[in-house]
Design a binder for this molecule. Structure first.
Ligand SMILES: Cc1ncc(COP(=O)(O)O)c(C=O)c1O
Ligand SMILES: *[C@@H]1O[C@H](CO)[C@@H](O)[C@H](O)[C@H]1NC(C)=O
Length: 500
């Protein structure tokens, strides 16, 4: 189990002279706790100036690039190693967002780098018109992580592409058209997946999402129903609850909403239901226990297939299981994945049954880069590394500790409304006050967000109103890193309350 500082796991590096060192240049404010040490000395950056990069960003990059840039004073990343990132000035950050829940085992993880280098010198690209060994090694290995009958893999380059093809396969297989997702979900930005995605921020005024219907998200914190033992998390909401242990009224109410959607908004036969086991961009929203199990039954009764979007929850992140769906005691008909699959290398996959995969074969689909040998070699090494590093176990241990301690801060500060998640898929929902549960305004969110970054920690933001901090770090973080973050987070909230 890797709860030890990383030095102890990488003796090689410690002995070859890269000294543990504190962040250089701009010292952090003195009343901020010390950052845990790191074994790597970053290269000195001698490239283009920050001003020049911003100029190019404005002149030669689509404005979308600027629009998605985090922070008032953006972070200019030059280098990364495991849970650490360095900016061009040599300032070190603890990365608790993994560049959007993507760097699963650690930035430039030495084992993954070695696997990539080996393949890089052999062959990069073949496409499926030839047979390349890394693809077959990978498909067999990935399939071994799934229960029967989920054994057929199709590789893509992104999560949007995986979900797009999942929609197509579901429709071809069922010969139905309608697909249901949760309000507040994010399943991609391509024109088809925009229909699955249910958040105004990502919508354009063009025809999209034909055949997609959103149903109420069973959000036990913000939604109309929820209590104090609904969800599968070390931390429950602080809402009152009259339910007996083992029975969840909120689950019944939200299932009632799904039934109403069936009754009002779709034909009697549907193609699919898409759901993340725990929402990602939606802000780590968790559903009541047994909700998915009942929903899957209702969907199948209507001819639909059940699709788990594991783009964020897969590959051990939820700690208790390798896949998020396993925590809901369901077996989906199809699973889509991306992000953590390649530790940052662009890749995605759809895993489904033989039957569903065969309806795809009625037409022809060609994907130039899907199953790229380099991507497959990287992804294969990522699977091995998760196992060798005990990443899933450490997600469970460090994540549970983080949530338990964050819950203490929730009890202390009026503006921390909820702490939730599983393993290292964590959300901290911020509110104006606990009674109203109204979202903390964006301006306040970004003040706290900026302060945490200035103190050396990168986290994420999400939720329908941008009100939820997201903690989804590389799974190599340690207890020491968790302690450091808890100090910083406490301090940032304290600072905000003082300023108010
Ligand atoms: C749950 C989920 N599904 C799908 C996607 C789309 O993946 P990509 O950005 O690789 O297209 C994302 C991306 O954030 C996601 O979080
Ligand atoms: C939070 O920060 C305040 C102000 O620095 C400090 O007094 C308090 O002890 C801290 N609490 C925890 C739990 O770290």
């Amino acid at each position: 189990m890797s709860l030890l500082p990383h030095c102890l796991n990488f003796n090689l590096f410690c002995f070859t002279g890269a000294l543990c060192q504190k962040s250089t240049l701009k010292p952090r404010p003195t009343d901020v706790p010390d950052m845990p040490p790191c074994i790597l000395q970053p290269e000195e950056y001698t490239g283009m100036s920050k001003e020049r990069m911003m100029e190019i960003r404005r002149q030669n990059c689509n404005p979308m690039v600027m629009k998605v840039t985090n922070y008032k004073k953006p972070v200019f990343i030059h280098q990364g190693y495991m849970q650490w990132l360095w900016d061009v000035d040599g300032k070190r950050y603890l990365d608790l967002f993994a560049c959007v829940a993507t760097v699963s085992v650690g930035h430039c993880h030495p084992k993954v780098v070695a696997a990539a280098e080996k393949q890089l010198k052999r062959v990069w690209h073949t496409t499926n018109i030839y047979v390349n060994p890394p693809l077959h090694e990978y498909c067999e290995k990935l399939a071994s992580y799934f229960p029967d009958p989920l054994k057929v893999v199709y590789l893509t380059n992104s999560g949007s592409e995986a979900n797009d093809l999942a929609m197509l396969m579901a429709r071809l297989h069922t010969r139905n058209f309608d697909i249901i997702t949760f309000r507040g979900s994010y399943h991609g930005g391509s024109q088809q997946t925009l229909g699955l995605t249910s958040n105004v921020a990502y919508k354009y005024p063009v025809a999209n999402g034909l055949g997609c219907t959103n149903t109420m998200c069973p959000d036990v914190f913000r939604g109309p129903w929820g209590g104090s033992h609904c969800r599968d998390s070390p931390v429950q909401t602080n809402r009152e609850c009259g339910c007996a242990q083992g029975h969840c009224m909120a689950k019944d109410q939200y299932i009632g909403q799904l039934k109403e959607t069936f009754q009002t908004s779709v034909p009697s036969q549907i193609a699919a239901f898409f759901g993340e086991p725990i929402q990602g961009a939606g802000g780590a929203v968790q559903y009541p226990k047994s909700y998915l199990k009942e929903a899957y039954k209702l969907v199948r009764e209507r001819g639909g297939i059940c699709i788990a979007d594991e783009v964020q929850t897969g590959f051990g992140r939820t700690g208790s299981h390798f896949w998020g769906f396993q925590g809901h005691d369901v077996i989906p008909d199809m699973v889509t994945m991306a992000k953590g699959i390649g530790n940052g290398f662009p890749m995605g996959a759809i895993v489904t049954t033989k039957e569903i995969a065969s309806s795809f074969g009625k037409g022809l689909h060609f994907n130039t880069f899907g199953g790229n040998p380099l991507a497959c070699a990287v992804a294969s090494s990522v699977l091995d590394t998760i196992a060798e590093d005990g990443a899933q176990q450490s997600s469970l241990t460090v994540g549970t500790y983080l949530m338990t301690e964050l819950a203490k801060l929730r009890d202390k500060y009026e503006i921390i409304g909820d702490v939730r998640g599983k393993g290292l898929q964590i959300g901290v929902e911020m509110v104006k006050d606990k009674a109203s549960r109204d979202p903390l305004p964006l301006e306040a969110m970004s003040e706290i967000f900026e302060d945490i970054k200035d103190m050396g920690v990168l986290i994420g933001k999400g939720g329908l109103y941008g009100q939820t901090f997201r903690i989804q770090p590389p799974m190599c973080i340690t207890m020491e890193d968790a302690e450091f973050f808890l100090d910083i987070f406490n301090k940032s909230i304290h600072n905000y309350m003082e300023r108010k």
